[in-house]
Design a protein around this ligand. Structure first.
Ligand code: G16
Length: 544
């Protein structure tokens, strides 16, 4: 077996988005497409030569083929050793944990997260560095620049190796360890949370719960943790077998795509606790009986209650949220005297803050919460956090959230997504709106005075790097906000996201339905951005 030097030419669309490079499977299957991007990673991360690399993915279609290609390229590029999850399966937070636990040089994660899979679905790839977190923006830009001038890549002509047994083998002289995908992660979780208390909660007569793995990566993790280690009845984990096409579903844990789970929480016989996770296991949705916890509220509740959880019992340093995430966590940080930061969308922006211990917890409106235990958001960690909280406080999900609102105010929140709109039109909409922003400041809109209207720019407090053009913000004196930005994870046309927030501090007014409360703000947003006129859409694709 020998190392081959293959001549190639660049593809112009390999700039990573919010979270790595995501494209249709058919694009990744083009000759040299995956190889060019992987070689660009090796060229820009020289420490991988002689280093150790973790490789795993969410099990979607093309995962196995991609892993074999990456292994052949790793050995040809002089990687000293690879660690791969059995069957090619590793959740995104599990990769982050393995990088940190085994002090590897980094990891390659194969996932398009919550995007649909299958031969006509999406695929994705991203590189995480030795802190376990997604590559910084400067590194992803360097990898992209490399992909634009690439002329050759290195690959071994060795054959495929089996990924389905736990063993150590060699590929052209490079040791490859195929490890259990779940054990390290499950053991780690048992160190962070009070498993005895959670076990007692689950065993309580009358307590019921459901966990939806959406036929994605967390199935084996959830079964081992909830059913085997914590004693939940068999069947608690729904859709627990990872499938290459996620059973034809959209592995996105929200009220629309996890409707089967939501149904289980409804009515007098609804379960007391329910949660879903996404394609690669980093997102989560938490529900109580007849009750939905918004991701922004989930983060705020975690910050307020962190010291009740063993891992955070000595206190936390601070919290960060992405700009479009509601300000609910800020209110808690202020009251408790904690650091609080507003970052651009994308988990990569939390990394330096976590490394510098400026924050302990972080989260996003896009169904992501996490902490300094890894450098990715972590779906099952969030589920365990909530179960631990229920066990300690001995209250229902709804009681915990309502008492939180009473203390800190309720941040009503909704997001409108317009998917697959024409890219030119989306750019025009953002450009027009950007021009009108300066004139809005100080004016009254819908009965509220605009206190700021800008294009969000972030200066990282740790390394001073600046990230601009991160979304348009309109903030009102009463704390309400309207935010517009284009998604960086879609694979077709452009996705316009409109995020809306309104704060209600008076407990007497905290019972109203979100849609009703948000209607005036929604109407204002539609009018300001001329969404109907420009896109021709009379309704969003999804409301979360
Ligand atoms: C990724 C990022 C998140 C981001 C989300 C949505 O999540 O890791 O930080 O909030 O995309 O990004 P956008 O609004 O640009 O589509 P995931 O779960 O898709 O990896």
């Amino acid at each position: 077996m020998t190392q081959q030097k293959i001549t190639t030419t660049p593809f112009d669309d390999q700039r990573p988005g919010t979270s790595g490079l995501r494209k249709r499977v058919t694009r990744f299957q083009l000759p040299n497409y995956l190889e060019n991007f992987v070689q660009s990673i090796f060229n820009k991360v020289p420490a991988l030569t002689g280093g150790v690399l973790v490789i795993g993915g969410d099990g979607r279609y093309y995962n196995r083929e991609a892993i074999q290609i990456i292994l052949r390229m790793a050995t040809a590029n002089g990687v000293a050793r690879c660690i791969v999850g059995r069957g090619g399966i590793l959740s995104t937070p599990a990769v982050s944990h393995l990088i940190r636990k085994y002090k590897t040089t980094g990891g390659i994660i194969l996932s398009a997260s919550h995007n649909p899979g299958g031969p006509d679905g999406d695929f994705g790839i991203k590189f995480n560095g030795d802190n376990g977190g997604p590559a910084s923006e400067s590194l992803t830009e360097a990898i992209f620049a490399e992909s634009q001038t690439i002329k050759e890549y290195l690959i071994s002509d060795a054959g495929d190796i089996s990924l389905d047994e736990e063993y150590t083998t060699e590929l052209d002289g490079m040791p490859v360890a195929i490890i259990d995908s779940v054990d390290d992660y499950a053991e780690f979780m048992s160190q962070l949370f009070d498993f005895d208390a959670i076990r007692a909660l689950i065993a309580k007569p009358g307590f019921s719960m459901a966990i939806d793995s959406m036929h994605a990566v967390t199935g084996p993790y959830a079964k081992q943790i909830f059913e085997e280690m914590l004693g939940a009845p068999e069947g608690t984990v729904m859709n627990g077998i990872p499938l290459e096409d996620f059973g034809g579903g959209h592995p996105d844990p929200n009220l629309v795509y996890a409707a089967e789970l939501v149904e289980k929480t409804r009515g007098d016989n609804g379960v007391d606790f329910a949660a879903a996770t996404d394609g690669d296991g980093d997102r989560n949705m938490v529900l109580g009986k007849n009750f939905f916890v918004t991701p922004s509220d989930s983060l705020a509740v975690m910050v307020a209650n962190a010291t009740l959880i063993p891992a955070y019992k000595n206190g936390i340093s601070g919290v960060a949220r992405s700009m479009p995430t509601s300000q609910a966590a800020d209110a808690v940080a202020e009251k408790l005297g904690l650091n609080s930061y507003e970052t651009p969308t994308g988990w990569k922006f939390f990394g330096l803050l976590l490394d510098a211990d400026k924050i302990t917890l972080c989260g996003e409106e896009s169904f992501g919460t996490g902490s300094n235990h890894v450098r990715e958001k972590d779906g099952l960690w969030a589920v365990l956090f909530w179960l631990n909280l229920l066990a300690v406080r001995n209250e229902s999900v709804e009681e915990i959230v309502r008492s939180h609102w009473k203390t800190y105010g309720r941040n009503y929140y909704t997001r409108y997504d317009y998917e697959a709109i024409d890219k030119g039109i989306a750019d025009q909409l953002i450009a027009q709106l950007t021009q009108t922003l300066p004139q809005l400041v100080g004016t009254e809109l819908g009965g509220n005075r605009v206190s700021y209207a800008d294009n969000f720019s972030y200066t990282d407090p740790v390394d001073g790097s600046v990230s601009s053009n991160q979304g348009l913000r309109i903030g009102f004196e009463n704390g309400a906000r309207i935010i517009f930005r284009l998604s960086g994870t879609g694979t077709e046309g452009a996705t316009l996201r409109v995020y809306l927030e309104k704060i209600e501090r008076d407990e007497a007014n905290q019972q109203a339905e979100t849609a009703e409360v948000m209607k005036p703000l929604v109407d204002l947003a539609l009018e300001l951005a001329q969404i109907g006129e420009l896109t021709g859409r009379d309704a969003p694709t999804v409301i979360t």
